[in-house]
Design a protein around this ligand. Sequence first.
Ligand code: CP3
Length: 363
Amino acid sequence: LHGAETIAENFPPIQNDVFLKAIRGEDVPYTPVWIMRQAGRYLPEFRALRAENEFFRVCRTPELACEITLQPIRRLPLDAAIIFSDILVVPQAMGLEVIMVPGKGPVFPSPLLTPEEIDTRLVKPDVKKELSYVFQALTLTRHRLEGKVPLIGFSGAPWTLMSYMIEGGGSKTFAKSKKWLYQYPEASHKLLDMLSDIIIEYLSLQIQAGAQAVQVFDSWAGELSLDVWDKFGIPYLTKIGSQLRKLHPDTPLILFAKGASHGMKLMSEMEYNVLGVDWTANIREARALTRPKNICLQGNMDPAVLYADKSVIRGEVERILDEFGLGLHVANLGHGLHPEHNPEHVAAYIEAVHELSAAKKKQ
Ligand code: CP3
């Protein structure tokens, strides 16, 4: 690493700020687009690098994380980059082991079993030290992007991280972690509050290291009833939003709560500038709730559309752009890219967003 690249200052001036402008509701020449999991296994250059490096080794090595973040930016005309990392580095920093099992996903060999284990097994980490590799990767990447596009940082949301820590991996029913919410509400609040404080510090340090926007992923929000999410999700997301807003008044805050468009009203009452929506969301209703507050929407094409022909992709993009209307929209998929996606179809999606939105703007 060159000395200057390790310091979070004198970053190259931004060239493409369409993403940042769209979030602020400013006039933009076209609808900006980035894609969740844009750095991932659908890219042969990602698979090549991963073949020689274990997943969390990549996360922990700033040069490698930076390289993987830049891969999709070199190949595709994306309007933002997202730092390569994983939401599960936070539970790791709290003392839990997480391994990435090929073909299966993340596994906690020893998940949290009882509320007592919050005290006996979890540590409140020195975030700056334990997750320094993430901050270094952000600073390095911000320099190496040369201002081409803005850089997004991220964290998992408290409920999503809690569920991983208790389920020990993915789950179909979320039986164990939901049992905690119903059976051990106090312990659940204790864990969620502990996670929230860590997440606030983590995202604040990411912004200080060079992240120009941060996204909170509540991937399992949609597993909860509105009432339970209101009790165990929203208060912590609210705290994270308002603390970060105070610490970093000008940095866009993005919340993506998968499957939770039933909670759109609750989400629109927090301090996030951008709300992610998946393909099950009612866009007109979401717009009616968010437009008066100048909240930007992000989404929402079903990733499965990318398996279809390019003409089908274009048609679906056209329909989605019409539904959102111009402005206060960042195009994205409603969830991450799959390893099976064809990079050419991903390129066709981005091109369709750019061309069709620019044409609509001129109409
Ligand atoms: O979006 C990006 O390009 C940035 C990098 C990123 C990764 N994970 C890299 C990754 C981001 C933003 C995440 C977030 C993440 N990680 C979430 C929230 C988003 C979502 O998908 O809902 C979650 C739930 C995780 C946990 C996680 N990590 C799972 C469930 C898996 C396995 C699923 C899969 O795709 O295999 C991972 C692994 C993972 N994280 C991969 C990548 C590129 C693929 C694993 C590999 O390289 O072997």
